[in-house]
Write a protein that binds this ligand. Structure first.
Ligand code: SF4
Length: 418
């Protein structure tokens, strides 16, 4: 039992660098006897199912032994770290025990590559197969698909897992060559393309056949490491957009490089990627997936990195003031959703409500529109709240000052509670 706990400590710690299933990120622990503990237990993280439910997952590696030497990875073979490997049965038992105790609702299982890709993939598949067929486990399973593994094994994994993910590791081929020369982009794309074709093939079969097996119902995702190879946000976001379009990925996850080595090919040991950069990338990703933005609208040669002080939607709007103001009672829903201060849900409500009569400012406020922001970009009943013509830089400063004083006000109010 002690040995299992030791393995769990090593292999849950090694898995924390993989963000393909997102965690809450909170590290507030319950060291006393108080109620609650925001820091999840060892190896437990949170993720969202396609229907928006938050589930807790046992997040571990099958092993941190690896035949590869990717410079950015803590499990690389040249790194002097304690190694461990679970057996297939140990992962199955842990999952079932944690599930029965209500600690988790599913499993996120990744792995270093021991021996070769097929050998590793075969073990990952056996874990999922045993859980589903021998233990009747219906919880969520997310497995890594290992580039280089055979199509048969990848297909079998898809029959048992809810989601598979192939990590693209670095946003550019140049970065891969520099930091993970044993890996190639075509080898990573192969299983992604194979899974995409399998999904389409089975969907077609479903139209004519009664019984078609379930195959990765939550689709496939990937992860890229940000800031390890000096790539711009434009390179990252354009790469993500290409994979969304080309391979219908459900999600691309962005993981800021965590300095782990003095390797001169990597950024210095103190150059941690700011969390804000990851946040901005997720915002841009959201705009592309849900708001219909094209990657080149957000990032291009003239604007290769996302602004740190304003979000990507406001940044785009300030660079396109000629598109505004728009008439909230006439404009298309997706154009309304491009207005800073108006989200998709508010845009939907606006379009549904204006059928019954032109909307005024008060109604917009009730629908969740942030008037202080949106008023510079819209007209309502032919009236603009802000008549001043402001240059983009002036408007940017004005909005920054506004949000700063809003932040100050909120914090002063909070302090006055104590
Ligand atoms: S193959 Fe995966 S586990 Fe192995 S060194 Fe590279 S990133 Fe790390």
């Amino acid at each position: 039992m002690e040995r299992i706990e030791e393995k769990l400590a090593i292999l849950a710690d090694a898995a924390k660098y993989d963000v393909s299933c997102a965690s809450s990120g909170s590290d507030r622990k319950n060291d006393t006897k108080g109620l609650g503990n925001a820091a999840p237990g060892m190896g437990i993280c949170h993720s969202y199912t396609p229907d928006g439910r938050c589930v807790s997952l046992l997040k571990i590696l099958l092993t941190n032994v690896c035949i590869y030497d990717c410079a950015y990875c803590v499990s690389r073979k040249s790194n002097d770290v304690k190694r461990a490997a679970f057996t297939v049965q140990e992962v199955v038992d842990l999952t079932i025990n944690f599930y029965r105790r209500n600690y988790i609702e599913g499993l996120f299982l990744s792995s270093g590559i021991f021996k070769d890709p097929d050998y590793t993939m075969e073990r990952l598949v056996r874990v999922a197969k045993k859980l589903r067929t021998e233990n009747n486990f219906n919880g969520y399973i997310h497995l890594k698909a290992i580039p280089g593994a055979s199509d048969e094994l990848i297909r079998e994994a898809g029959l048992y897992a809810d989601r598979l993910s192939v990590n693209l590791e670095l946003p550019t081929e140049a970065g891969l060559k520099l930091l993970a020369p044993e890996k190639t982009r075509p080898a990573m794309i192969r299983p992604i393309r194979f899974l995409q074709h399998e999904v389409i093939r089975l969907e077609d079969e479903r139209k004519v056949l009664k019984k078609v097996p379930t195959f990765i119902p939550a689709g496939q995702s990937t992860q890229v490491i940000v800031g390890a190879a000096g790539e711009t946000d434009m390179e990252i976001v354009h790469m993500a957009s290409h994979f969304y379009r080309q391979f219908q990925l459900k999600r691309v996850y962005y993981s800021g490089y965590v300095p782990i080595s003095n390797d001169t090919r990597l950024p210095g040991i103190h150059s941690q990627v700011p969390l804000l950069r990851e946040n901005r990338l997720y915002q841009a990703d959201y705009l592309i997936r849900l708001y219909g933005f094209q990657a080149h609208e957000l990032l291009n040669e003239g604007h290769p990195n996302l602004d740190t002080d304003i979000d990507p939607k406001l940044s785009w709007a300030l660079r396109h003031l000629d598109c505004f103001p728009i008439d909230i009672n006439k404009a298309d829903k997706m154009l309304i959703a491009r207005v800073p201060g108006i989200g998709l849900e508010s845009a939907r409500k606006i379009c549904a409500a204006r059928i019954h009569g032109a909307l005024g400012w008060d109604q917009l406020k009730q629908m969740g529109v942030q008037i202080n922001r949106a008023k510079y970009f819209i007209t309502c009943k032919s009236r603009s709240l802000e008549r001043k013509e402001l240059a983009p830089e002036q408007l940017r400063q004005l909005l920054l000052t506004q949000s700063h004083s809003k932040w100050l006000k909120a914090h002063t109010a909070q302090l006055s509670l104590f």
